[in-house]
Design a protein around this ligand. Structure first.
Ligand SMILES: [Zn+2]
Length: 252
């Protein structure tokens, strides 16, 4: 939920703190529906056992015969609501979420980057440093992967294969790509991971003659070396950057 651009529409953002209980959202949405306010994109964050939840959303006020102030006041009177804030679009037809900060992903402070921006950043490194860029990105990924292994094991009390599966699932939730464990043998260890639409290689799709991933290759190396307590070396053997269907990483 970052923003909506729709010229000529009257867009408003709401931030509602409401009871973390069945039916709370329904009461708020009924109040909005009664006044002809259409709910657009948004998010709802609630954790088991916590008294309050947060619901942030954009609405379309274009054909509504009352003001956002009035609607916020009415919502605030509901017994399931503890606090209401709203903000009107500051630019014509464009509303940007500036009521909710920071972005938390599974409780951790995060940022979002467009894949195109990553392509610009990583691509510039290759322009300036040539093959040295691969080393820099590999080392960045290596450290991130090592730390990720330690944090997942500590947070969830799991190890090796289960921890690996959690980390791979999180890559989907965080938009890195869709990884799939294609082959796994713990003893060697021998591992093959196939990734669909990997963010690192996507900006270079079909443009190169060689594989492009060094950050994620380093990430997997760091991750697997810690999880299996053994130095592993990961190579990328197929890559969307050179026209393959997937990026495929395997132990050497
Ligand atoms: Zn690739």
């Amino acid at each position: 939920m970052s923003g909506i651009y729709s010229p000529s529409r009257k867009l408003v953002e709401f931030a509602v703190r409401l009871k973390n209980a069945p039916g709370a959202m329904a009461k708020v949405s009924s109040e909005l529906a009664r006044r002809g306010v259409n709910i657009l994109s948004g998010f709802h964050t609630a954790y088991p056992g916590e008294e309050l939840a947060t619901w942030g959303f954009f609405v379309d006020f274009t054909s509504v015969n009352t003001s956002p102030e009035k609607v916020a006041e009415e919502i605030g009177k509901l017994d399931v609501v503890s606090e209401v804030n709203f903000a009107e679009a500051k630019f014509d037809g464009l509303i940007v979420n500036d009521l909710h900060f920071p972005i938390l992903v599974m409780g951790e402070r995060s940022i979002t980057l467009r894949v195109e921006t990553v392509g610009d950043m990583f691509g510039r490194l290759y322009e300036v440093f040539g093959s040295g860029a691969g080393v820099i990105l590999y080392e960045m990924g290596l450290k991130a992967g090592e730390n990720k292994a330690e944090s997942v094991c500590g947070k969830y009390g799991v190890g090796d294969l289960k921890a690996l599966k959690i980390v791979l699932a999180e890559r989907i939730a965080k938009g890195w790509g869709i990884p799939e464990l294609a082959e796994f043998n713990k003893e060697e260890p021998s591992i093959t991971i196939r990734v669909q639409d990997l963010f690192e290689c996507l900006p270079f799709k079909g443009k190169l003659r060689e594989t492009r991933s060094n950050f994620f290759r380093g990430y997997l190396t760091g991750l697997l070396s810690v999880l299996f307590d053994k130095k592993v070396t990961i190579v990328e053997v197929e890559c969307i950057a050179k026209g393959d269907q997937y990026c495929v990483f395997t132990t050497k």
